[in-house]
Design a protein around this ligand. Structure first.
Ligand SMILES: Cc1cc2nc3c(=O)[nH]c(=O)nc-3n(C[C@H](O)[C@H](O)[C@H](O)COP(=O)(O)OP(=O)(O)OC[C@H]3O[C@@H](n4cnc5c(N)ncnc54)[C@H](O)[C@@H]3O)c2cc1C
Length: 290
């Protein structure tokens, strides 16, 4: 059984990580399940662990000078869901994670660090071009979340690094869509999720994005498909839609998504785009859990 440490500062934690190879344990909602011990038994891990929940430097949500939002790794799903500073798509994803007790302990650092394809937060974060800040005793580096998550349960985290925070650049959307489809109405692990967003000014699509989660080893986003809409008028959507959906479909690797999920994703995208082209009022066009 590995040692358990409880660092109280980031510097202490980074030294434990580099010198003892200690793995961070935040809310523990993924790691406790992996420990697979019986009920009422303390978890045991075959490697050194550090409980990082006392490190204040990893907490909190703040708006940076350029309008980006920085979310500390220890911020819980409940805190994210309740923050007006956090973009709507990310709040929606956080508010649909598990039940309330889970949302009070599950952290954004753990959701990203676990890199489960079923994790709810990477999907909207990748659509928003979020990046992660990684700290080690040698300093900090920042990389796009889409590059950090390499595949199912695989990340680019080095053995001496800790996720410090997530940074979401500012954006401006006139239309937004988010939907998580699970097995039950609430407390369900995602079977499929989709975020989409558009910025339309004077009938022109200036920005369009979409991302899909839980349907393959990684979050799916197709910049080729997005570019097919950008710079066009909303009135052109009906004629652009088939090629857009084809490009989106091509972005999904052949075995990543079963047919019904592919079709559901395409239906949700068609719905969102058709609403925009038929002059829907600006705002949220679809949101929630099924
Ligand atoms: C009943 C149940 C329901 C669930 N429902 C959902 C759901 O609906 N949606 C969803 O997305 N997830 C769900 N989960 C999974 C889990 O709750 C989330 O992934 C959660 O965000 C994990 O965060 P945590 O703080 O508990 O992570 P932990 O278990 O503490 O850590 C998870 C992994 O991340 C690493 N890690 C944690 N913090 C850091 C850090 N700062 N730097 C580097 N690595 C770090 C750990 O070493 C570990 O490998 C559910 C889990 C359970 C048990």
């Amino acid at each position: 059984m590995g040692m358990t440490y409880v660092p109280t500062t980031l510097s202490e934690a980074l030294h434990l990580r580099a010198e003892k190879g200690a793995r961070p344990l935040a809310g523990g909602s993924d790691m406790m399940v992996q420990s697979k011990r019986g009920i009422a038994l303390a978890p045991e891990f075959p490697y050194p662990v550090m409980i990082i929940t006392s490190i204040d430097e990893l907490r909190g949500i703040r708006v940076l000078d350029d309008g980006s939002v920085e979310i500390g790794a220890l911020t819980t799903a409940a805190e994210i869901a309740a923050s007006e500073d956090v973009p709507w798509h990310v709040r929606m994803a956080a508010s649909g994670m598990g039940a309330i007790a889970l949302r009070n302990s599950a952290t954004i650092g753990g959701n990203i660090g676990n890199a489960s394809p079923k994790g709810d937060l990477p999907q909207p974060l990748i659509m928003l071009d979020a990046s992660v800040v990684l700290s080690s005793i040698h300093g900090e580096r920042r990389m796009l979340l889409d590059d950090f998550i390499l595949g199912s349960k695989r990340t680019a985290l080095s053995d001496d690094e800790i996720i410090r925070s997530v940074i979401i650049p500012p954006h401006d959307f006139t239309y937004s869509f988010y939907r998580k489809i699970g097995m039950r109405k609430a407390n369900a692990i995602s079977k499929l999720s989709l975020s989409a967003a558009a910025l339309v000014k004077d009938g022109e699509i200036l920005d369009f994005r979409a991302s899909s989660g839980a349907a393959g080893p990684k979050v799916i986003r197709s910049q080729d498909a997005e570019k097919m809409l950008e710079g066009h008028m909303v009135s052109e959507i009906p004629e652009l839609l088939p090629a857009f959906l084809e490009a989106w479909n091509n972005a999904i690797s052949p075995h990543a998504m079963p047919l019904y999920r592919r079709n559901t994703t395409k239906r949700m995208l068609s719905f969102f785009l058709s609403e925009i082209s038929s002059g829907a009022e600006e705002g949220i066009i679809g949101g929630g859990e099924e």
